[in-house]
Design a binder for this molecule. Structure first.
Ligand SMILES: Cc1cc2nc3c(=O)[nH]c(=O)nc-3n(C[C@H](O)[C@H](O)[C@H](O)COP(=O)(O)OP(=O)(O)OC[C@H]3O[C@@H](n4cnc5c(N)ncnc54)[C@H](O)[C@@H]3O)c2cc1C
Length: 434
């Protein structure tokens, strides 16, 4: 009988110890929401700058890079498309160099296969010239307009009047890059919690309490890198950004193995300046296949990788946003054209034949897709550049389109520097040379 109070006392003590340690272990200096390529790069760079930082990444999925970072075209862009002076231009050109170096240092296979942007009519040739000027202003190396003979040397199955050759463009499997960032985060003392979805947030005595599916986490500062959910996460934190993420599915075919010889590297049509991400292309990948696509069709679910995927709440969020209708009224013809191409393989094939006329229906094999997180403002404008904003105790990555993966190391540096300043993290440690 005398043992009972001792047991109760022991259990009480154990309970108190567990609670205290649980609370202590769930307190962080910085929490990053989202283990995509940008969230992890940011976490990695922050830990490089502040080795003593207590940092965690919370991710709703079971592993890193499951969304945009694991479902992209795998191109290390060189920076020809982007308006000089924009974040895209700045981040991409330095991003390409740092990405290539990171991959070499971490033994991640990369191949600098070069890209050919082709034009088949006078209007296209004119746009190629503008592209060349942009690329040159962005200091893209080795950029050259090439004629039919040279086109045949670079891509023997392309038929075009003129093309722009960007020899520095490469390919990589960004799933490997994202996994390497995650390893670096852990090695530097950061923690990554998977299957942990942010559901709510509140500020208690200057500390942010994040409510997740794995319990509460306390932090001084938050970095929202939630990709397709970045607008929702910002709202959860009480920030009205005036933007909405409209998800666009990019569908592609894989060329059959026996048809892959038709594509040596990367073959792109000259883009429409208003919609640079439209226009299907032929892309050799490091995943072991050649992709034909992707297109861009409205997805009725944020992570709607299949045509039949539907989420009532996501769909309602899209259609109740005034900017969606303004965009729709302005661009309905493009939208109808994209839906037509999505539904009819012959139309998709026809677009590809503008690049490689030899392609036939039987060359197109299996299918795949990715979903782009495109921020749209209330006036219906598609946000073209990267958009990274601050709120009290938080930084939000609100638009991270292509070339987001190429630029991820530079974006990580940018956000880490922003956090150092805004979150009063103290002076950054000197960075290693190179
Ligand atoms: C079809 C397609 C092709 C592309 N091609 C290229 C290319 O060739 N080259 C290039 O440079 N770029 C390309 N991009 C762009 C590039 O992939 C993106 O810029 C980049 O992946 C964005 O990374 P992210 O970390 O912001 O987003 P994501 O990879 O989407 O990561 C966001 C993460 O946040 C998590 N998350 C969301 N909400 C929550 C929550 N509430 N709680 C916890 N976790 C949450 C998600 O699960 C996800 O893992 C392409 C994109 C697409 C879609």
């Amino acid at each position: 009988m005398r043992a009972i109070p001792a047991v109760i006392f022991l259990l009480y003590g154990l309970n108190q110890y567990a609670r205290q340690n649980l609370v202590r272990s769930n307190k962080y200096d910085v929490i990053v929401i989202g283990a995509g390529i940008i969230g992890l790069s940011t976490a990695m760079k922050l830990l490089e700058m502040h080795p003593r930082l207590k940092l965690a990444v919370v991710e709703k999925d079971e592993k890193e890079g499951t969304q945009q970072s694991g479902h992209n075209s795998g191109v290390i862009h060189s920076g020809i498309y982007y308006k000089p002076g924009s974040f895209k231009a700045e981040f991409c050109v330095t991003g390409r160099a740092s990405m290539t170096r990171f991959c070499e240092e971490n033994e991640i296979p990369v191949w600098t296969c070069g890209k050919l942007v082709v034009a088949n009519d006078a209007a296209g040739e004119k746009r190629l010239q503008t592209l060349k000027e942009r690329g040159t202003a962005n200091q893209v190396e080795g950029l050259r307009l090439v004629d039919q003979d040279e086109i045949a040397d670079i891509e023997p199955h392309v038929v075009a009047r003129k093309a722009l050759h960007a020899p520095g463009t490469g390919i990589v499997d960004y799933r490997n890059v994202t996994a390497a960032y995650a390893d670096r985060v852990r090695a530097a003392g950061g923690e990554i919690f998977f299957n942990t979805e942010l559901n709510g947030s509140k500020v208690v005595s200057g500390t942010t309490v994040l409510n997740t599916t794995s319990g509460d986490y306390e932090t001084a500062s938050v970095i929202n890198c939630a990709g397709l959910h970045s607008d929702l996460v910002a709202e959860t934190m009480g920030v009205n950004t005036g933007l909405r993420i409209i998800p666009f599915r990019g569908e592609y075919y894989k060329l059959r193995k026996e048809s892959e010889y038709l594509v040596k590297g990367l073959i792109y049509p000259v883009p429409d300046p208003a919609f640079p991400f439209l226009g299907v292309h032929l892309t050799r990948t490091m995943k072991g296949w050649v992709e034909a696509g992707p297109n861009a069709v409205l997805a009725t679910k944020r992570e709607g990788y299949r045509k039949r995927d539907f989420s009532l709440s996501d769909f309602l969020r899209t259609i109740t946003f005034p900017g969606f209708w303004k965009m729709g009224i302005r661009e309905w013809k493009t939208g109808v054209w994209e839906i037509n191409r999505s539904l009819r393989k012959s139309v998709f094939l026809n677009s590809l034949q503008q690049l490689v006329p030899e392609l036939t229906r039987s060359d197109l094999g299996g299918t795949g897709s990715g979903v782009r997180a495109q921020a749209v403002d209330r006036a219906g404008n598609l946000v073209d550049d990267f958009r990274i904003e601050e709120s009290s105790g938080a930084i939000h990555v609100l638009n991270a389109p292509s070339p987001g993966a190429t630029s991820s190391l530079v974006i990580g540096d940018y956000i880490a520097a922003m956090a150092t300043k805004n979150f009063s993290l103290g002076p950054a440690a000197p960075t290693p040379a190179g």
